[in-house]
Design a protein around this ligand. Structure first.
Ligand code: KG4
Ligand code: ZN
Length: 358
């Protein structure tokens, strides 16, 4: 079966062709047109500009995503219907609905977070993976620019929300802290690059080598919820006081590195601690990481280390599927089509910007 995936929930325009044959999953193409440069000068995504770029880029991305295959040969179209920026989602779904109507193909609307979870089943281009190689229950840590959730997955399409952020998402915290530090957008890669300048292990913060100390919000709370807005405010006050006391306009390079490293470590400490506690409580056989923040090398490393200690299997997506892509949407669409037998007429797909997974 050939599935065409389309993703436009935020600032990446993406199309992918996925093949599922004899229980084997193969990504045949994974095309992503990123708008990062466009939005960087504004310090974050500008919704109206993002939608305009999607309109411009979707036909090109689709052409290169399909390359040797004709739309007539596709068996299913899967498109992100939420959560995300409403104007971006509208462009992608309108485009996908038109294709489905014109070529008389089934169309399925996909939850973006369910897509991120499925990024873990994807192997690099043209390599096959089995669709049933994971043992449940799986505890999912989904960390992106808009979400931070712990979801227990007891089988395909069966989710239970275990915890979530009460305010900012982990990726949002990276982005906002990077902005305060003048490190640019997107903040996650910028902060980790800055932190890496501290040398190895970058996390000298842990060994008290750094003067900068930041809070680990809710790390000891009894539930599995998160809160990151206080951390951002702590960085804001730290920088404000520092500039006032030293009578300077910006922190010196070493201080900047220390704040970036300590902020990154604070976010990772909270994420790892709570995920491991939840995995133990719910007797998860595996811990699965996904979402844009899963590209963070230190988070991958530390979560892996802690799961090994607890003898829990650790799964993380290939780097090319960590941030927004359409291959993950195609696969989640395929499972919903096969297992949940969701509606697939083009009229039934509607945008929901705040779509929850459960
Ligand atoms: O999943 P994603 O591509 O888009 C959303 O669905 O939100 O995630 C984007 C988020 C941004 O907040 C970005 O700063 C963060 O993922 N991110 C990272 C890294 N790469 C991307 N955060 C930490 N470390 C990274 N290496
Ligand atoms: Zn995402």
């Amino acid at each position: 079966m050939l599935i065409l995936g389309i993703e436009t929930s935020c600032d990446e325009t993406a199309a992918s062709l996925l093949e599922v044959k004899n229980n084997k999953i193969k990504v045949l193409s994974n095309v992503i047109s990123s708008q990062v440069k466009l939005h960087a000068k504004y310090g974050g995504v500008v919704p109206s500009l993002a939608a305009r770029e999607h309109v411009k880029n979707l036909p090109k991305v689709l052409r290169s995503g399909l390359s040797k295959i004709k739309l007539e040969d596709v068996d299913l179209i899967a498109v992100t219907r939420g959560p995300g920026l409403v104007s971006s989602l509208l462009v992608g779904t309108a485009f996908a609905k038109t294709l489905a109507w014109k070529y008389k193909k089934p169309l399925i609307g996909v939850n973006h977070l369910e897509g991120h979870i499925h990024s873990n089943w994807l192997k690099p281009l043209n390599e096959s993976s089995a669709s049933d190689e994971f043992s449940f229950p799986i505890l999912n840590l989904i960390v992106s620019g808009g979400h931070t959730e712990l979801l227990l997955m007891s089988g395909s399409g069966k989710y239970q929300l275990v915890g979530q952020t009460l305010d900012d998402a982990a990726g949002e915290a990276f982005d906002k802290i990077a902005r305060i530090l003048g490190l640019g957008y997107p903040g996650g890669p910028a902060i980790s690059a800055e932190a890496e300048k501290a040398g190895k292990p970058a996390m000298a913060a842990r060994t008290n080598k750094f003067r900068v100390k930041l809070p680990r919000p809710m790390i000891n709370s009894k539930n599995f919820d998160f809160s990151f807005s206080g951390l951002k405010t702590a960085v804001l006050y730290l920088v404000r006081d520092l500039l006032k006391n030293k009578k300077v306009k910006k922190p010196d390079n070493q201080t900047l590195i220390e704040i970036a490293a300590e902020a990154q470590q604070a976010i990772i400490d909270v994420l790892v601690t709570k995920t491991i506690k939840a995995a133990e409580k719910y007797k998860a056989k595996s811990v699965m990481l996904s979402g844009g923040v899963s590209a963070n090398k230190l988070l991958r490393l530390e979560l892996e280390k802690e799961t090994i200690k607890k003898k829990i299997k650790f799964l993380k997506p290939e780097m090319e599927y960590t941030t927004d892509n359409a291959a993950m949407i195609a696969l989640a669409g395929y499972f919903n089509y096969k297992i949940k037998k969701e509606k697939t007429d083009w009229q039934s797909v509607s945008v929901d910007a705040n779509l929850a997974l459960i």
